[in-house]
Design a binder for this molecule. Sequence first.
Ligand SMILES: *[C@@H]1O[C@H](CO)[C@@H](O)[C@H](O)[C@H]1NC(C)=O
Ligand SMILES: *[C@@H]1O[C@H](CO)[C@@H](O)[C@H](O)[C@H]1NC(C)=O
Ligand SMILES: *[C@@H]1O[C@H](CO)[C@@H](O)[C@H](O)[C@H]1NC(C)=O
Ligand SMILES: *[C@@H]1O[C@H](CO)[C@@H](O)[C@H](O)[C@H]1NC(C)=O
Ligand SMILES: *[C@@H]1O[C@H](CO)[C@@H](O)[C@H](O)[C@H]1NC(C)=O
Ligand SMILES: *[C@@H]1O[C@H](CO)[C@@H](O)[C@H](O)[C@H]1NC(C)=O
Ligand SMILES: *[C@@H]1O[C@H](CO)[C@@H](O)[C@H](O)[C@H]1NC(C)=O
Length: 491
Amino acid sequence: MKGGLKVPLISLILIGFVCASVILLAYVKSPFLSYWTPSQDRVFQISPDYKVKDEEVLRERNRSGQSEDNVNFESSISNSSTKDKVTEEPITNTEIEGSAGIPPSFTQKGGDLKALKEKNSSREQENEVTAPLNSAGIAIENMTSDSKDHGCNYAKGRWVTDDSWPLYSGFHCKRWLSAMWACRLTQRTDFEYEKLRWRPRDCEMEEFTGVKFLKKMENKTLAFIGDSLGRQQFQSLMCMITGGEDRPDVLDVGCDYGLVKARHAVRPDGWAYRFPRTQTTILYYWSASLCNLTPINASNPLTDYAMHLDRPPAFLSRFLPRFDVLVLNTGHHWNRGKLNANRWVMYVDGVPNTNRKIADINGAKNLSIHSIIKWVDSQLPKYPGLKAFYRSISPRHFFNGDWNTGGTCDNTTPLSGGKEVLQDESSDAGAAEAVKGTAVKLLDITALSQLRDEGHISRYSIKSTPGVQDCLHWCLPGVPDTWNEVLFAQL
Ligand SMILES: *[C@@H]1O[C@H](CO)[C@@H](O)[C@H](O)[C@H]1NC(C)=O
Ligand SMILES: *[C@@H]1O[C@H](CO)[C@@H](O)[C@H](O)[C@H]1NC(C)=O
Ligand SMILES: *[C@@H]1O[C@H](CO)[C@@H](O)[C@H](O)[C@H]1NC(C)=O
Ligand SMILES: *[C@@H]1O[C@H](CO)[C@@H](O)[C@H](O)[C@H]1NC(C)=O
Ligand SMILES: *[C@@H]1O[C@H](CO)[C@@H](O)[C@H](O)[C@H]1NC(C)=O
Ligand SMILES: *[C@@H]1O[C@H](CO)[C@@H](O)[C@H](O)[C@H]1NC(C)=O
Ligand SMILES: *[C@@H]1O[C@H](CO)[C@@H](O)[C@H](O)[C@H]1NC(C)=O
């Protein structure tokens, strides 16, 4: 009996081994895998990956060293060929439920988790967030923030453990939270990072509640414009306001801003939602570079795009009059590979750039950031109610390599590199310099996020891919929640 069992067992092991090898080989050889895998590149995936790759190779050959930059990410509602569209989220609900190994009590209703969490929350107001708003709820809110010091430095402080965090469950918030960023839906098992709150040293930071936020933003519109890290902040805010609960009353108002999915596109260029009771609108628009992009030859479906380093995205100039709060960010698309893949060609003053200093990626980024901030600043006198923020760079934490060379962020122990920010200056000197002398405020999250290397997606994903880690994006709930708390305090 025993001997009889052994043979098939060994065969099974062998077969398993062979399969594993084949998969591994396929992974190593596959030319397009690197495009859909996590990492910073997830932010600009374009669907016909193989095609882009070819073009990149072609372009590589004729590299002039300067003006080879493209991708029409921003243009699914403009005149791009709708084929080159983003495939950021091919994740369906069935995939989520099938592969994540979540205890059923949590997947189905998740009430247990919430109940546990909130039972002894010192912050009872949080409970209101999860319930639909009622006028009484709004009425009892007392806006203490008006009296606080707007001049203090929220970026200086330390991380503390707070058992009442997070403000929403990563099992929920399915309407707004992308499954790929909901680490509760992955194989990840450590969640200490969800319990950390930022405590500024020299300022009272008002605790965030959805009720207070909506009251502050009554009849107002908040717009995030930026790359995928801006999108993370947007999703985080939607979850924070709703407590991650389903809110059927919240309206999709993307149409009001032209944010509709083009035919053949995988997704629209952004999203906009309105909370009807307070008429508060929160929106996000994808603009990875904060430059205006225009097709160089509009009648050519494969056209390059002029990337106007000194001109604001058309979406921003068009809709700015409607915004009350604006949060801009850029940073992680400023590298040759992405510019090439997107077919972005640097333009300055309406013509192809010839300035060597600007042609350098960092020079171009610097010019672009200065330009957009200067432009917004120039608009502020026309819109006295508008509060504009430039969000400093979100740090990456690739150790022992970069995103495409096996870099990792495996640490699961929070704050092993320290928990305090003591410096007065921003770690993002370029951003700090760019807002200097303008009325645009810096939403300075760089140093505080730098301490949170354990908070990234890391190797976990719904479709986990061996060897490739995302040490750029953050688990949600997670670090971007803090960005929003700091933003809220400054509104
Ligand atoms: C490379 O440049 C040369 C001359 O500038 C041009 O003739 C050729 O078509 C280009 N090749 C590609 C692949 O763009
Ligand atoms: C496409 O471009 C043309 C002119 O360049 C413009 O009139 C038209 O509105 C654009 N279409 C879209 C959908 O943006
Ligand atoms: C919860 O709070 C109540 C009263 O605030 C206290 O009596 C109880 O011991 C707490 N339970 C836990 C598990 O902390
Ligand atoms: C907020 O509360 C303080 C004291 O609790 C009170 O003096 C103040 O009037 C309240 N403000 C509003 C706007 O209700
Ligand atoms: C919001 O708009 C409504 C309708 O115009 C108005 O009645 C209300 O006073 C406004 N609230 C604030 C805080 O401006
Ligand atoms: C624009 O693209 C069309 C279609 O590919 C081509 O026929 C035309 O010559 C191009 N125009 C310019 C100015 O390059
Ligand atoms: C960035 O651009 C601004 C404005 O164009 C310029 O004054 C500044 O010197 C630049 N900084 C760097 C580091 O190039």
